[in-house]
Design a protein around this ligand. Sequence first.
Ligand code: ADP
Length: 542
Amino acid sequence: MNNPGYSDLGSMQDWDLRVTHLLDHAAREYGHREIVTRWADGSETRTDWAGIRRDALKMTQALRAAGVRKGDRVATLAMNHSRHLVSWYGAVGCGGVLHTINPRLFDDQLDYIANHAEDKVLLYDAVWQGVVDRMKSRWTSIEHYICFDSADHAPAFEDWIGAYDGDTTWDTGDERDPCMLCYTSGTTGHPKGVLFEHRSTMLHAMTGVTPNFFDLDSRSVMLPVVPMFHAASWGLPWAGTIPGIKFVYSAVNDPAVLCDLMKREGVTHSAGVPTVWLAMFNYLDSVGQDVRDVGPLKTAIIGGSAAPKFMIERLMANDVRVAHAWGMTETSPIGTTGAYPWDWDQMEPAAQVELVQKQGRPAFGVELRCVDLDDPERELPRDGVTSGALQVRGPWVIKRYFKAAEDAVGTDNWFDTGDVAVIFPDGTLQLTDRTKDVIKSGGEWISSVELENAAVGHPAVAEAAAIGIYHPRWDERPMLIVVKKDGAEVTGAEIRDYLGGQVAKWWLPDAIEFVDEIPHTGTGKISKKDLRERFRDYKLES
Ligand code: ADP
């Protein structure tokens, strides 16, 4: 890494941007800052940054003894808790690549991703024992199973690492080495792996803490509801080390538990998809309280789907800053957030809410542009009116998917996000539509194309289209629009039963509508735009 061309003039030091520096820093400078976990069984444990590092070093030894070598994938199937945090650093510390698996995926996807990733070790929560039992014979590369919180079926994490003393050093190497793998299950076909590097992760973490983003400092107490298995938990396990924040983890997502923890632990920051905040509101309403009753919450990070107006209004009315963020797994995931503009304090409250509803402005390092939907080289004006395909590039934006033969970017590294947006003259982004054929329900993807393919397998179905319909709790739920074959008779319930055998239960459409004809585009594809327009005001039965 030295710069030989100028070293005779003087130079700066080599210090590779490797994520283990983050934990070393937190343990050294904020060693006693607490990490609290509320476990699924209701018990609570406390450790601190020094303890996380000690355990991660022990885990590094355990992984090496298990034969994990540089670049090998170490997977987790787990909720948010301190041992999961240890395993992030333990996995990368031995030179491995951390692969966080989303337990909500269904069997064929779980089968595909663990085998595609060639995971060597799997660490899991006892609550997912059923998944492990079901999948074990299909997962061909996993050699070691470790259970985070039980010794009933596999070695227990604490016992496993307890056999080591932590007297070791982290793996060293190039800052462009991979450190983490997350699969994103978007449109059609198999999920795709996004491989983060040490350098990209470190730069992303340094941005995550800044005031315009998550606004973390040493006083911050963060309860991340965004799962550690989703989009790298928005980078929080890495970023939180920089100012040595206190983490409060809950292994269950029950709003009563979360509100209780927030109050007792003095939570100042929390992060989650809109569904999470809505569940919290509903709980607070049921007990006659409001957000300000649950403690000193000051920043609510909302992303994954658009934050609705009433949510922003209610949080702001309770003196909580809403950091409305847009990003995707392919962007590590930070892209934009609703940072305060310079004239924020002069703005009327209604104008502030209107601004926060948009997806904000990009972080330093993230470049955005909108291009013509039919011509990805033709950049559109930033006039707040002209919408187009949103493209992004920067040091923590994907170039090539895991094991893919080709790059995923166009000329000059521009990556097509599959989102449709407008950009305002001040750089504010507003999403208006999507070109990718997916439905996002409660922050997780449902592939409309896979639903359609499953539905047309029914002998009475001629054609089927799936679109997302607004749902107050899940943001979107799938609706299936069906054209019957001539003379065939079938009911919505029969189609639903038929789909039940093929897709995950939470993918099943909330509504099935029969039509005579499905609209098509000029190139013969189903016109989702027209369908979304037609069913814009459709109300799902509650
Ligand atoms: P995450 O859920 O963490 O954002 P994903 O990779 O699962 O990561 O999903 C990314 C996609 O989610 C984006 O391309 C966009 O379609 C949608 N999305 C993310 N944030 C927002 C937001 N604030 N408003 C609207 N849609 C969003």
